[in-house]
Design a protein around this ligand. Sequence first.
Ligand code: ASN
Length: 247
Amino acid sequence: MKKVVSLLFASILMVSLYSYTLGGEKVYKIATDTTYAPFEFENDKGELVGIDMDLMKAIANDQKFKYDVEVVGFSAALTSMETGQSDGVIAGMTITEERKEKYDFSVPYFDTGVSMGVKIGSAIKSYEDLKGKKVAAKISTVSCKYAESIADKYGFEIVYFEDSTSMFQDVLLENSVACFEDFPVLGYEISRGLGLKMPLGIEQPASYGLAVMKGMNKDLLESFNKGLSNLKDSGEYQKILDRYISK
Ligand code: ASN
């Protein structure tokens, strides 16, 4: 009986290995943020769209690879990749020197930087005005790191959020007097009626890229880079941007 069971088990294992290599194209798992427009968000029809999502789709189509998207939030997306539950992260993720020690990035595909958002009508015009006040930030982000780096100097307290929508809400509800977020995201939301404004300029100019763990998933990174370059040549890349960003 034991023998039969182990034989059965072995054959099941073989069949599954067989089908993996035979039918077996790899399906990459790509983790992303929740609402982070215009990079990833649900449209009116409940479809996951945005520059990241459309780029991923077009690149996979061009390079003939398959992928699944996991919408988990930015901090959770990093954890998912770090624990091997996903192969890469595309989430309006800023390429930084510090992150490059841990992750490999694709070629940059979008320019970004950090900006302060305050409620329309707010008197806050400078970092000095934040003294003794609460400021909202989203954990694990470059904008949050930036807020942390100046918090002591300007004497404000940081309130942490998992997602941008809750962070913006906290400012609109006047619990926090300001938030720090990437300007393409803040700018997009403001242009669509979010009641915030950006009284100051842009700090820490940088770019977004797709990330994989250092030394891993080289094939994914290579395909992404090749596909992106093809999309730029064909004009498809620009078409995707134009879908979300008005000139
Ligand atoms: N822009 C953020 C960062 O790179 C990521 C995010 O909030 N989706 O830190």
